[in-house]
Design a protein around this ligand. Structure first.
Ligand code: FES
Length: 154
C-alpha cells in the first residue's frame, strides 16, 4: 500500500469513528433536543386509584376539609351521603398551588394565585398576578361505606 493511499484510508476510518461517537452523543430516536416544560402535578394520586378517609375523623362538620393522596375532600351538607361531600384535586391546575375550601364563601380557592372554583369545578376567577390560565377542576365520584368516604380518581 502506498503511503498516500494508507493515509486516505486512515482519514476515512477516523471520520467514521468521529461521526459515530458524535451521533451517539446526540441522543437516540425521538430526541429532538428541545427541553420539555414540566406540567404542575394535577393531584389526585393517579387515574383509577381510590382514596379513602374516615368521615367522623376528618369530615364530621359542614366546612371540614382534608387532603389525602392528592385529593381534597370537604363537607358541604349534613348527613352521610355522597351529595354531602365534594372530592376534587388538592393542587391547582395552574401551577400547583394548594386548594382550600372556603365554606363561608362557598368556593374553592387556590392559595398561590387565588384562582377560584365552584363545587362542580368551574372556574369563577383565574390566576391573579400571574400569567397563564387555569382549567376546571376534576370532581371525583365518591362512595360511602359506613364511616368511610372513597373517591375514585379519574
Ligand atoms: S397555582 Fe393556582 S392560580 Fe396559580
Amino acid at each position: 500500500m502506498e503511503r498516500q493511499e494508507f493515509l486516505k484510508t486512515l482519514g476515512i476510518s477516523f471520520a467514521v469513528a468521529c461521526a459515530g461517537s458524535c451521533l451517539s452523543a446526540c441522543g437516540g430516536k425521538g430526541d429532538t433536543g428541545t427541553p420539555t416544560t414540566p406540567t404542575p402535578n394535577p393531584g389526585g394520586g393517579g387515574t383509577g386509584n381510590t382514596v379513602s378517609i374516615s368521615i367522623s375523623g376528618k369530615l364530621a362538620n359542614i366546612g371540614d376539609q382534608t387532603t389525602m393522596n392528592g385529593v381534597l375532600f370537604f363537607r358541604i351538607a349534613t348527613g352521610n351521603t355522597s351529595s354531602s361531600f365534594v372530592a376534587t384535586e388538592a393542587l391547582c391546575p395552574h401551577q400547583g398551588g394548594n386548594l382550600v375550601w372556603l365554606n363561608n364563601q362557598t368556593k374553592i380557592q387556590c392559595q398561590l394565585h387565588q384562582s377560584e372554583y365552584t363545587t362542580s369545578g368551574a372556574v369563577t376567577q383565574g390566576p391573579q398576578g400571574s400569567s397563564g390560565s387555569t382549567r376546571a377542576l376534576k370532581i371525583y365520584a365518591t362512595t360511602i361505606s359506613g364511616d368511610t368516604i372513597t373517591a375514585t380518581v379519574v
